[in-house]
Design a protein around this ligand. Structure first.
Ligand SMILES: *Cc1c(COP(=O)(O)O)cnc(C)c1O
Length: 417
């Protein structure tokens, strides 16, 4: 974060927006986007980013991605609606995910978007839709599943050595108005060691589809699962030092660059567009969660502070997030091995364990790296969610990009009588 946070600035925001809120830095988001894009373009020029909405679908961010020329990577009808409400053109929408309704698939295909097929049943539904619209050409992708050495059996997409994969290729080869736009994969493990395996795996599928079925996809999509920038305290907690955007670009795109920009390319063969689907890598370090200490107690010798926010706001399970404490003006003492708990009635709701340092009632906690799986994961449990304030234009020029939720926001779907 460029601008220095001070107690004074936090006091001003708290008076206006309450005791807990998110600070979003949209300028940092833009700069991450630019930097990640250049890192991959340096290795593989025909490249673009498809932003993973589910990681943080704040419309402000989705619009920035669109404005910067990126794609919207959505995994539900709801997320497709977010993209459309942000003004994203259907051609810039990529729909992934294991369950999709046939009506919405049809809607997106008719509008020109790309649907990544996840199962044979879905391929058959799409074939039926295609048969009903012989005058239209539909853009589809296939989610590919192979071993990248991460010791996880992914449940998504087609086992590319399996029978169903052959069947989906036959459907694509035999249905004139279904165009294989993209071969896609995504693996959740973020270590860079698994990235060369993604490239090798998808390249093998590309060659197979081309030789055996005569289909040439326009795009290769390596998915998300990249660690973004983080302070040293967090990488120590993780036990892993992320290699940075360049590291992922080298690991993920080098073999593809050799194949398509090197000597192996046949004359007239198109260079496929390379996509990745980052969420966390772009947004992780762009949000901070600010909360305050409500009370401090001692239980059988253990010091416990309770905050006005919850672990559910930061969604960092089992890890101590990067934390800064600001004097809130109350009486402060020095503590050792203190646990900082959240407002919910869940025993395990701790934001931070083993805190050692000064703390007092009213102090502000500023928790960094809260951009991914936070606002989108916070359940309406016990309390509505807090506002999101964009400080990308400076802390004295905040823009409210999500207002504080209220009772009506959550209870309009329940009947009281
Ligand atoms: C979740 C997901 C992503 C983004 O994952 P991050 O860990 O946020 O990078 C990208 N693509 C697909 C298909 C996903 O399910």
């Amino acid at each position: 974060m460029k601008e220095k946070i001070t107690t004074q600035k936090l006091q001003t925001l708290a008076e206006r927006y309450g005791n807990s809120f998110y600070l979003l830095d949209s300028a940092q988001f833009r700069s991450n986007y630019r930097e990640l894009k250049s890192a991959f373009e340096a290795v593989y020029p025909h490249f673009n980013i498809a932003y993973s909405y589910k990681t943080n679908y704040t419309p402000k961010l989705c619009k920035i991605v669109d404005e910067m020329g990126g794609y919207a990577e959505v995994v539900s009808e709801m997320e497709m609606e977010i993209a459309l409400c942000c003004g994203v053109m259907a051609e810039k929408i990529i729909w992934n995910g294991p369950v999709k309704s046939a009506e919405c698939i049809e809607e997106l295909l008719l509008a020109g978007g790309c649907v990544n097929i996840d199962s044979l049943a879905e391929a058959e539904r799409i074939q039926t839709i295609a048969d009903r619209h012989p005058d239209k050409i539909f853009q589809v992708g296939v989610r590919c599943n192979f071993d990248v050495g991460d010791e996880i059996l992914s449940r998504f997409g087609f086992d590319t050595d399996g029978e169903d994969f052959g069947k989906v290729c036959e459907i694509l080869a035999g249905t004139l108005n279904l165009h294989l736009k993209s071969l896609q994969c995504h693996f959740a493990k973020r270590k860079v060691e698994y990235w060369p395996g993604r490239a090798a795996g998808i390249l093998a599928v590309y060659e197979k589809v081309r030789e055996k079925y005569g289909i040439i996809p326009d795009r290769i999509d390596l998915g998300g699962g990249i660690y973004g920038k983080m302070p040293e305290s967090l990488s120590r907690e993780l036990g892993y030092e992320p290699p940075g955007y360049e590291g992922y670009a080298k690991a993920g795109a080098s073999e593809l660059a050799d194949r398509f920009y090197g000597g192996q390319r046949e004359k007239r063969e198109q260079i496929p567009e390379l996509l990745i689907e980052p969420g966390s890598a772009l947004v992780g370090d762009c949000m901070q969660f600010v909360t305050r200490i409500d009370n401090i107690r001692n239980i059988r010798g253990k010091w416990i502070a309770t905050a006005t926010g919850s672990q559910k706001n930061i969604s960092m399970t089992g890890l101590n997030p990067p934390l800064e404490v600001f004097d809130g003006g109350g009486e402060r003492k020095q503590y050792a091995d203190m646990d900082i708990a959240g407002y919910t009635c869940i025993e395990a709701d701790y934001l931070y364990r083993h805190y050692t340092g000064w703390l007092g009632t009213g102090d502000f906690l500023v928790i960094n790296n809260c951009g991914s799986y936070s606002v989108v994961m916070k359940p309406p449990f016990i309390q509505p969610n807090v506002p999101v304030l964009d400080i990308g234009y400076g802390m004295d020029k905040v823009e409210v990009v999500k207002r504080k939720e209220g009772f009506e926001d959550l209870f309009r779907t329940f009947y009281f009588a």
